[in-house]
Ligand binder design. Sequence first.
Ligand code: ISE
Length: 330
Amino acid sequence: MGADHVARLTSRISGARVAVLNDYVTEKAEELAAGIPGCRAVADPLDAIADPDVDAVLLATPGPTHEKQLLACLEQRKPVLCEKPLTTDVETSLEVVRREAETGIRLIQVGFMRRFDDEYVQLKSLIDGGELGNPLVLHCVHRNPVVPAHFDSAMTVRDSLVHEVDVTRFLFGEEITDIQIVTPTPNSLAPEGLSDPQIAIMKTASGRHVDVELFVTTGVAYEVRTELVAEKGSAMIGLDVGLVRKAAPGIWGGTSTPSFKERFGRAYDAEVQRWVDAVRRGAETGDYTDGPGAWDGYAASAVCEAGVQALQSGQPVAVSLVDRASIPGA
Ligand code: ISE
């Protein structure tokens, strides 16, 4: 993902350049840096963050490293776009929210890129426009053709479901209060120890229902669909209908999407461009973000933590969130 963002920043994004690169495999960062004018590799991530040539940080490191690196960005007062998750547990996510609030500046944006996807934006304005009446239910499908070897059942919640959690909060504009995870007959082709598929059932503060089919070893394609059911109609996005071809003899169809990098490529571009623009305005506005912030990352962590408990117990689990008003500036 880091290399993907570097390619984006060096070729499609205006107003920013890649000055310093860090990777836990230093040679990889050196190799990439060698192809970018004026860029160098720095071996230690905290040194990279503190480097005087760095005005802002794009973090695409593994989740468990985020807390330390985010706190370093806050200490240095450097804006940061952090790939999800904000951190991998709810306590550290809350600590990050508190520490950012203490700075009095919005410095952290979380990489929930779906909020920048045209189809999600259209669905959001359809809901907000009121044409469909009160939204009642969301049915979501989240399928990956394949996941890395280290992927386990809890990662389905923290890595994949987390996007549906954010989409629910984004579309409905309210918090999720309860979550249950059902594990049907497992895919015999899934790696040992990975419970796949999983069905997540969530309830929001006003009582709306969300269900999500998570199936991350389909072997087929990347498929993310969302259907909204409201009082005066329904709407669906993610049908993956690009070019549809007909040809003899008896051929009909299009091409499927291999991964989230293609499906959300334009959303990532929009997200990073808007973040760069916000960072450049930040000194005047006191807000170096344009998108989901640390609170959104914390709220998603809280739902996922409850989700992992629900996965283990098979029972519904209540989500516990601190009162936002108790953290001035959050
Ligand atoms: C991956 O880490 C992502 O963030 C993708 O957006 C998600 O769809 C996939 O399931 C995750 O593994």
